[in-house]
Design a protein. Structure first.
Length: 252
């Protein structure tokens, strides 16, 4: 296994832990995740580990399991998938390629300190944080209930951060620390507060918290064509480690 594949597998494991599903099922080395349809990541098949069953047979099994739960069959594809030719097999079966994402990492040794320190940090998900996040992101009540359950399932140290400006919540995000990495999730800045540096300050507060709690590296996942976000993350020192994407059942 080459270095990129090893890094991808480790980071894919962290992502599965840091964005937890409500339920999981192991199927001969493939991780099947379910979260009432909230996000592809938490409702997808992740073929992370070697297996013994025929891949086509396993795909059919997965399709049945997901359609029985009224969920579209979705596979998350990364450089570490098992078997290695799974993406080609899914393409031949008509699965559409969607949502190419860049997984990015950075060392925390030289990250600068935040200049805005009006960040509230809770180490468990609270109703107040969810209120701010749902308002800033436009999430609905059904999503809120699922999110609360998912975030309560995080089993490593986490921070739910809200950045305030003049008494108003202007940005929110989550950090989760495991194995020397802090993963950054659900980074959102209110529309009226964008392009004013609040997103950068939120990230710096999260990275500072991560370093205080044992992280030596940060990672995040960003849609590959999100130019403004990519520019901000590059400014902070993030660099692409690899890409992943999803394959969606043609009947979805």
């Amino acid at each position: 296994m080459d270095a990129t594949t090893e890094t991808a597998r480790m980071l894919e494991e962290l992502q599965a832990n840091h964005w937890p599903a409500l339920q999981t099922m192991l199927l001969d080395g493939w991780l099947l995740r379910f979260a009432d349809g909230y996000s592809k990541r938490a409702n997808s098949i992740q073929p992370l580990f070697p297996s013994s069953l025929d891949a086509e047979h396993k795909i059919t099994m997965c399709e049945r399991i997901y359609t029985d739960r009224q969920l579209r069959p979705v596979f998350k594809i990364a450089p570490c998938v098992q078997p290695a030719d799974l993406d080609d097999l899914l393409e031949r079966k008509g699965y559409a390629l969607v949502d190419i994402a860049s997984v990015q990492c950075m060392p925390l040794a030289d990250v600068k300190e935040p200049s805005i320190r009006t960040a509230a940090i809770d180490e468990t998900v609270t109703g107040e944080w969810l209120d701010h996040y749902c308002r800033l992101s436009g999430s609905n009540d059904r999503q809120r209930a699922t999110m609360r359950q998912m975030f309560a399932n995080i089993r490593t140290k986490a921070a739910f951060v809200t950045l305030y400006h003049e008494g108003q919540a202007v940005a929110c995000g989550i950090g989760v620390v495991e194995r020397g990495y802090i993963g950054l999730w659900d980074i959102i800045t209110g529309v009226q507060y964008r392009k004013r540096g609040f997103g950068e300050q939120l990230l710096l507060n999260l990275l500072a918290w991560g370093r205080q709690n044992g992280a030596q590296h940060g990672y995040l996942v960003v849609v590959a064509d999100n130019a403004p976000a990519l520019k901000l993350y590059a400014k902070l020192g993030f660099r692409e480690a690899y890409r992943h994407w999803y394959r969606v059942h043609p009947g979805a």
